[in-house]
Design a protein around this ligand. Sequence first.
Ligand SMILES: C[S@@+](CC[C@H](N)C(=O)[O-])C[C@H]1O[C@@H](n2cnc3c(N)ncnc32)[C@H](O)[C@@H]1O
Length: 236
Amino acid sequence: MSTERQVKSRERVADHGEVFTAEREVNAMLDLVKQETERIDSRFLEPACGDGNFLAEILRRKLNAVEARYKKSAADYEKYAVLAASSIYGVDILQDNVEECRKRLFGIWDEAYTAHCKNECREEVREAVRYILDRNILCGNALTLKKVNAAGEDTDDPIIFSEWVFTGKSSVKRSDYRLDVLMNENQDEFNYQAQLSLFAEEANGMANWMIDPETGKSIPKPVREYSPVYYWKIQQ
Ligand SMILES: C[S@@+](CC[C@H](N)C(=O)[O-])C[C@H]1O[C@@H](n2cnc3c(N)ncnc32)[C@H](O)[C@@H]1O
């Protein structure tokens, strides 16, 4: 929450441990990784993001970095501001928090974009950023890594995040990954199994992994990949 109100209700504290972090503590904690918070494309995931106290401040810092570096060109500012938004991820188990977080991040982004690009702002870019935030801030259980339903119960569906990689001048390539695979710590087991099997893909549990041809190491395999598109057309 943008004000200093830290508790919404006693029930929410009891049921979900929902106590929001005050701005002073948010800044003090983010200062521990200051350089990363000011790097435009550094990826952050907050697994219990609430309405986005940490993510909002990270976005502000990234947008300040965009302003400092690309203030002379509206086109560059726009592209790097989109990149900044696309690198911020969050999960919360409560749908209202997720919606507030998306709205809040978009508000911060749009205020900076409008102030900087003025009459060069494009509605389709705003739509693209809304779309990215809808994909990046998800309702799920960070302990089981499953999506949750409207009643807050786990579904069978894994949380799937999109990676947005800027390629070329203005294109973005989207690849979707399962969060449980990204966080899997059993890569050594995979490496061992892969060595044993000539058909690594077919071996048990390996469908989510692949061998990086350059390093020979196991890396998460996307569940879906998309062709690159202009960043303002992502939502299409
Ligand atoms: C202590 S609050 C922190 C919120 C925010 N990170 C902040 O610092 O202001 C914890 C948050 O975790 C969420 N939460 C609780 N259990 C969760 C779970 N298993 N998976 C995802 N989010 C969860 C709650 O809804 C709440 O928003």
